[in-house]
Design a protein around this ligand. Structure first.
Ligand code: NDP
Length: 309
């Protein structure tokens, strides 16, 4: 058990967590931040971010997260590598275990654990995970240089990933279950105008095909109920995310899909002293800038809460 009670414990290292750390450290809350399974969060798996204010020429997700982390470090935030494995939010100080062995107590907790990519739930998809199946084009795209790949989904993520892959791969199929894309018009136009992207509307995936060397195709079904086989080496999922809130389900109120409920217009959860920021509580906007904004709010609310104690 760590000797000193942490004033402000931040769980998660995306834009919400790092922004909370910047604000909390500047307010002398001496925040401790645990980075979690994916330091930097989801944005480290995205390509170019062009809509975050302050970067007129755009920035990579990895660079932006490094910038945010360095900014928090500049104000002496205690940023640690480690995964929070259990929490007890039943009474204050709250108790948190890291990596299954290190325990510490905290006066307040800011949860910024983000969200994780969804998979289709096919057995073959799991079989070839890491052998051609991926939910992160930016991480794995370079493995498919000059090859043919598929991206499943019709949202902004799918369009972004398809566009990125089109710069590396020979051909990119987009497998879209509806007869239209859900992505913003700008993203739709971008994929439509890219010659080596072919959109397969009203197609669903029945099976990912492969052998011991990995993925070599996908069996799809079209609107007429016919089987369609595409030859591909990479199969990328881009069908949305689910919030990383399992750790907190015994303590915090959540909606039916697991997003943490907060008091409207705040980051306050149903437990005094526990705040939620970023994608864990936001099924609607899910943007880096909104996550950062709520990280700021959570830190300010945390500061006020501690002052009132
Ligand atoms: P979305 O929920 O917007 O889209 C998910 C896509 O996957 C939809 O086309 C959906 O189809 C499809 N899908 C879901 N489940 C399945 C399934 N089981 N089988 C086949 N297809 C499936 O998720 P995104 O990750 O694309 O975007 C999330 C949010 O983040 C959005 O608000 C988006 O605008 C935002 N975003 C913004 C970016 C930017 O501004 N640069 C970049 C990326 C995301 P259907 O339409 O039929 O439901």
């Amino acid at each position: 058990m760590e000797n000193k009670i942490v004033k402000c414990l931040i769980i998660g290292s995306g834009p919400a967590g790092y922004t909370a750390a910047i604000y909390a450290s500047r307010a002398n809350l001496e925040p401790v931040l645990y980075e979690g399974l994916e330091p930097g969060g989801q944005l480290t798996t995205t390509t170019h971010i062009e809509n975050f204010p302050g970067y007129p020429n755009g920035v990579t997700g990895v660079q932006m997260m490094e910038d945010l982390k360095n900014q928090a470090l500049r104000f002496n935030a205690d940023i640690r590598f480690g995964i929070v494995t259990s929490v007890d939010l039943s009474k204050r100080p709250f108790r948190v275990t890291v990596d299954g062995r290190h325990t510490l107590e905290a006066e307040t907790v800011i949860i910024a654990t983000g969200a994780t990519a969804k998979y289709l739930g096919l057995e073959s998809e799991q079989l070839y995970r890491g052998m051609g199946v991926s939910a992160c084009a930016t991480c794995d795209g370079f493995l498919y240089k000059g090859k043919d790949v598929a991206v499943v989904g019709g949202g902004d993520t799918a369009c972004e990933e398809a566009t990125y892959l089109s710069t590396l791969c020979r051909k990119v199929y987009m497998v879209v279950r509806k007869d239209h894309l859900r992505a913003s018009k700008a993203m739709q136009n971008r994929v439509m105008e890219t010659p080596n992207i072919e959109i397969l509307f009203e197609h669903t995936t029945e099976q990912v095909l492969g052998n011991e060397a990995g993925v070599n195709g996908a069996l799809l079904r079209n609107a007429a109920g016919e089987n369609v086989v595409i030859d591909i080496d990479g199969f990328f999922l881009a069908i949305g995310h689910h919030p990383n809130t399992e750790l907190f389900k015994d303590f915090l109120e959540m909606d039916e899909t697991g997003y943490i409920k907060v008091e409207p217009g705040t980051c306050k959860t149903n437990i005094d002293g526990v705040f939620a920021a970023g994608d864990v509580k936001d099924p609607i906007y899910r943007q880096a800038i909104t996550a950062a904004g709520s990280g700021c709010m959570a830190a300010l609310e945390c500061e006020r809460f501690l002052m009132e104690q």
